[in-house]
Design a protein around this ligand. Structure first.
Ligand SMILES: [Zn+2]
Length: 138
């Protein structure tokens, strides 16, 4: 179950103990609280005192993938390729990482210049397959 829904359920349960609520009221309250909890977690509007993250970690995910590097939004380190192995040290899979930071599914977690080179390579390979294995007259 979604951890925000779990948290919301706890809050609503506490509320229900204070005043009588219909099931419908409870459900809409759970949804409402879960949504706002998720919003807070994603935008980081509430910062608990003493747990502020260092400034270098306030990175815009859109700006994390640069021409020559990609920044890990978990620890702020920069890489050419943000590997599955590195993400595992944060307990995340690449898919979870993308979801957490709002990247589209399949976004390459590598420096832009590398992903361009990779795309070019793929296009070359596709051209090659279209031509077939026979080398044409050049
Ligand atoms: Zn990291």
């Amino acid at each position: 179950m979604d951890e925000y829904i779990k948290q919301a359920l706890e809050i609503v349960k506490a509320q229900a103990g204070v005043r009588p609520m219909t099931e419908e009221e409870m459900m809409s309250m759970v949804t409402k609280i879960a949504t706002s909890l998720r919003g807070v977690a994603e935008t980081g509007t509430i910062v608990e005192p003493g747990t502020e993250t260092p400034p270098e970690l306030h990175i815009d995910p859109k700006k994390a993938i640069k021409e020559k590097s990609v920044t890990c939004l978990e620890c702020g380190k920069t890489f050419k390729v943000l590997t599955k192995k590195h993400l595992a040290t944060h307990g995340l899979t690449p898919d979870e990482y993308r979801e957490k930071y709002g990247y589209k599914k399949g976004t390459p977690l590598i420096a832009k210049s590398l992903s361009k080179a990779r795309r070019r390579k793929m296009q070359e390979m596709q051209l090659w397959t279209k031509k077939g294995m026979k080398p044409g007259p050049v």
